[in-house]
Design a protein around this ligand. Structure first.
Ligand code: ADP
Ligand code: ZN
Ligand code: MG
Length: 491
């Protein structure tokens, strides 16, 4: 945090304005303009060739798969895809950029005018505009530490040179650090659903630069922006923005002006530092790439990508809430990844009650897996086992207490549910007179609760059901028990 925490009244005088630039590596097997493997973690400088090393005379050939992925990304983010876009050279000198320029797109990007919907604090949603999505190539990596002579040398790994990227530039529509966090979370979710990137931030597959300014509330004109780079998690981006907004307000309140600059986030210290000011900013001397023709996206190509587009997270949540009568919270969890949603839906279709499958996955099974730090794929209980358990519950063939006991055995013995159930076949009391006797005893022992029930508090019936269930060691047939308890209390 800045030196002094500002009073809320002072903070409230200003409106933060935020725009995000996100670089995403595309999951193609080869690089953007050559046949080298597009792979993270290979031995340094092994996935390289004359094209991505920028050797004289080598010519780029555009990877069609990269165009497919970039177009899919554009469609998933509601962008209008340009029929004719142009590659351009972005010139700058840096040791990890052997060509001396990056192939990018400039004034005619692949797509424009998109949006992402984010939830707002008051429970609604808001559209954040996407200015443009353009294709470009990544640079290599400078390695400043980890070697015995790192204090005097920098090493270069050029494997990343030529990795296909899309840059997704938002409008300055974001108003709070929380909203920036939501935007990024939604964006990542959409990219993962669309399967164009693994979005692994540790490996640099998704990188974000945050632009932020402040202005007096009510003012239309944008303030001078600061760009924060080098932030490698969404939580840090939120923290960096919180810091930066407060710093800027402090500067303005003290009578100074914000200078346009690039700042770096230091996670250890929780603050940003100036890296370079506008005077030191690059002039990239963009010009059209002479070695690549214009990129033409035909109507046919576009239609094919539209057909490939999966159901996106927001739409899927809405459909699943309606189709399976799920709560918004459960639907959000079940759609947290496309794979999880697919797994759930496949099981739900074969089960008697989708709701019960959802409950089992999220509570009984999910809870046990979570406690053990296991993923669903590592569960001893298969999805077929989940479906069987859900059906047994639905048919009142086992009580929830018995289910818990059976699942305990599954996890103890690392055995699937169907075989445990076959062996254990928990007993059920379906004899009305035996159950009635137990109910009578519980009723006699709890006159106060009977009073409450008679006074109209019908939910007290659940208390009696629970007491009898416990007395029966979980063996009472739940449906029969419910019915008998109600009949007794009413009688
Ligand atoms: P630059 O030319 O410095 O790259 P751009 O106009 O291309 O600036 O914008 C880059 C990003 O900064 C975009 O995401 C945009 O929404 C955001 N941005 C632009 N102006 C401002 C501002 N005054 N305050 C906050 N964000 C801004
Ligand atoms: Zn290459
Ligand atoms: Mg720009």
């Amino acid at each position: 945090m800045p030196a002094t925490a500002l009073a809320p009244e002072i903070m409230a005088k200003y409106e933060p304005v935020i725009g995000l630039e996100v670089h995403v590596q595309l999951l193609t097997t080869t690089k953007a303009f050559c046949g080298c493997a597009n792979k993270f973690g290979s031995a340094p400088n092994t996935n390289v060739c004359p094209v991505c090393l920028g050797l004289p005379g080598a010519l780029p050939v555009l990877n069609a798969k990269a165009v497919e992925f970039a177009t899919l990304t554009s469609l998933a983010l509601n962008c209008q895809v340009r029929e004719r876009s142009i590659f351009a050279r972005k010139n700058y000198f840096y040791p990890d950029l052997p060509k001396g320029y990056q192939i990018s797109q400039f004034d005619k990007p692949l797509s424009e005018h998109g949006w992402i919907e984010v939830p707002t604090a008051n429970g609604g949603t808001r559209k954040i505009g996407i200015t443009r999505i353009h294709m470009e190539e990544d640079a290599g990596k400078s390695i400043h530490d980890g070697f015995a002579d790192s204090s005097t040398r920098t090493y270069l790994d050029l494997n990343r040179c030529g990795t296909p990227l899309v840059e997704i530039v938002s409008e300055p529509d974001i108003r709070t650090p929380d909203e920036a966090f939501e935007y990024l979370t939604r964006l990542k979710e959409i990219l993962l659903y669309t399967a164009v990137s693994d979005c692994n931030m540790e490996e640099g597959s998704l990188r974000c630069d945050a632009n932020v300014s402040i202005r007096p509330r009510g003012e239309q004109k944008l303030g001078t922006k600061v760009e924060v780079k080098n932030v490698n998690s969404f939580r840090f981006i939120r923290a960096a923005l919180e810091y930066e907004i407060e710093r800027q307000i402090e500067v303005v309140e003290s009578g100074s002006r914000i200078v346009q600059e690039t700042r770096l986030w230091n996670a250890g210290e929780g603050r940003t530092y100036s890296m370079r000011s506008k005077e030191q900013a690059h002039d990239y001397r963009y010009f059209p790439e002479p070695d690549l023709p214009p990129l033409i996206v035909s109507q046919e190509f576009l239609e094919a990508r539209k057909a490939e587009l999966p159901e996106l997270p927001e739409a899927r949540r809405a459909r699943m809430i309606a189709e399976y009568e799920l709560s918004a919270k459960d639907a959000a969890t079940l759609t947290s990844t496309r794979e999880f949603a697919d797994t759930f839906e496949a099981a739900a279709k074969t089960a008697k009650s989708a709701r019960r499958v959802a409950n089992l996955l999220l509570s009984e099974l999910g809870g046990r897996l979570h406690a053990l730090g296991l993923e669903l794929e590592q569960s001893p209980v298969s999805m077929a086992g989940v479906v069987l358990a859900a059906d047994l519950l639905e048919d009142n063939k086992i009580s929830s207490k018995q289910l818990k006991q059976l699942l305990d055995i599954c996890f103890e013995k690392s055995e699937d549910f169907p075989s445990v159930y076959e062996r254990e076949k928990p007993e059920q009391i379906t004899d009305s007179s035996a159950l009635e006797k137990m109910i009578d005893e519980v009723i006699a022992a709890n006159p106060k609760q009977v009073e409450q029930y008679k006074a109209g508090k019908k939910t007290v019936a659940g208390f009696f059901v629970g007491q009898v269930m416990r007395a029966s060691k979980g063996q009472a047939n739940p449906a029969l028990l419910n019915e008998l308890v109600t009949r007794k209390l009413e009688g």
